[in-house]
Design a protein around this ligand. Sequence first.
Ligand code: IVH
Length: 675
Amino acid sequence: MPDAKRTPQQQIDALRETLRHHEYLYYGLDAPEVSDAQYDAWIRELQALEAAHPELVTPDSPTQRVGGKPKEGFAKVAHSRPMLSLDNAYNEDELREWVRRVQELAGTDTMEYACELKLDGLSLALTYEHGRLVRGVTRGDGAVGEDVTSNVRTIRSVPLSIAPQKVRAAHWPASFEVRGEVVMPLAAFQRLNEEREAQGLAPAANPRNAAAGTLRTLEPNIVAQRRLDFYAYFALDADGYIFPRQSEALDALAAAGFRVNPERRVVHGVEEILAFIARAEGLRETLPYEIDGVVVKVDSRELQQRLGFTGRAPRWAIAYKFAARSAVTQVQGIAVQVGRTGKVTPVAELAPVPIGGTTVSRATLHNADEIARLGLEIGDFVVVERGGDVIPKVSSVLKDRRPADAKPFVFPDTCPVCGSPLLREEGEADWRCVNVDCPARLRESLLFFASRKVMNIEGLGDAVVQQLTDRGMVRGLADIYALDEAALLSLERIGEKTARSLLEEIERSRQAPLERVILGLGIRFVGERTAQLLAQALGSMDALMQATPEELERVEEVGPRIAAAIREYFAVPANRELVEKLRAAGLQFTAVRRQQSSRLAGKTFVLTGTLPTMTRDEAKERIEREGGKVAGSVSKKTSYVVAGDDAGSKLDKARSLGVTVLDEAGLLALLDEAK
Ligand code: IVH
């Protein structure tokens, strides 16, 4: 916002204040309000002003330091050397200019570049002493980060120790630091948001925020479930980078057992860099995690040293940022949708706008609180973001562009579909239509029931479901099992072939396992994983229906809230009727035994500590598959204690009782023998 009326000093002051505010939101609160591209544009504006007026540069300018202040909560730790940021290039010209400058400064035009994907996560420094992980520290403000070791240890791609033979290679010292990026894979992100939604919480904005929030969670168990991932890209010791080339460092890290992104390449010259970028842009849609660009590093450390650093970034590297997947558009209206649980979701109807190759005309607003938080009115111009598989969302409102005729949105007090009053339970963000016969709820329930992750009935989509419910041919989930060819042929746009294949799909779904049937009922808080755990632990629909809250809570990951929701569900006569109709339709009401062999029958295991590669759940599952049992505490009857890192009192007890103690390798050997 250069402004002819303001002095350079005033312009600089205003920009610094804006930047500091947004840095605080981004680094301090994990709640950014503007895109990285906007932030970078302001930084560059400030850099340009400061370059034109060097006398106005101060040491505390955002251009002169790395980031914002770290949050309270975890112990603060100074980094062995600053964790810097990268300068950005937003197009081919800027990239060519960087290459030209680098070659000029290095005095050669025949150099090699290491190209890597720019993962959209947060950077982390891991310290290893004598081959063991001793500390994991977030970037924080670049100089001081937060000690999140207990959480980092739960990330399975972070090795807890490095086998000596892997690092015996010439360059590895006894103690070293590995830096890289923590990301939340898209699948884990989706699962997290499904869970949050089921719990009536606002979904996380994007995988990066979710990863950052997770890493700062005070409960390592929860962190472990979220399945974060770590990709290594630097290896350092007290003297700096260990390996003479970046590409060598990546290979050595991979050989030492770190996850290193396989999409990497050493290239020569700008044309090859551009080819790598083009390939990466193509990959972007297919990768299981988000990337926001490509990082290009001068491969040789010697040249890197010659090039050195500017205030906040190395001269020898650049981040080529992909075009932002966000756009500004106008909100033309706000519609409300009723979901299968009766939850009412406001949706912004947008002036259609292209974002990253698709036209977006609707974006979720989550709930009434979110509309209030955004301060959104109908007619406002908004920033809309789209990431990975995530539904587009309104991320901020441009209040200074608010038109004079903008209108505040009044949340309806009755269901837009059936007209019943909406209710909001104390402490919950969502309004709900509680009419179990609401046609919108039935439609959504059917679509959910038929969806891929539930009964997987291909062909039972929007158009068919709409007709079946409008015509009263289906009044409840179980009615689909009574459909015949004649009924389907009476629908519009359904020919014999389609009708027959839909009937086959419905027929096949009768064989879907119990866990899917439980999931398909749409019990609040019972998502994919909970349904699976319930089916495995209880073994049948009848056991689930009859289970007391105490019995339910004995199932892994089921707490009082989920137990209460299950009891409430089966207390409703209409729901019990539905279950009986599904039983009559021949659906699977008993679980398939998971046990595949009984070689470990009669053996009781106790798991303690963190195993190097398996989670506890995995270890438990594999033991049970061979017929073994997993118990919570050690007694004389325990056959084996499987101890990982940080095993505590259970290990001591095992030793005092003379119980055989296995490490992960020992357990794996036992499982193999059992095969
Ligand atoms: S190098 C001084 N390599 O991008 C060098 N960073 O915009 C800084 N990032 O803070 C890091 N993938 O969090 C590097 N392959 C990669 C990266 C990467 C993602 C992140 C990192 C950094 C930010 C800079």
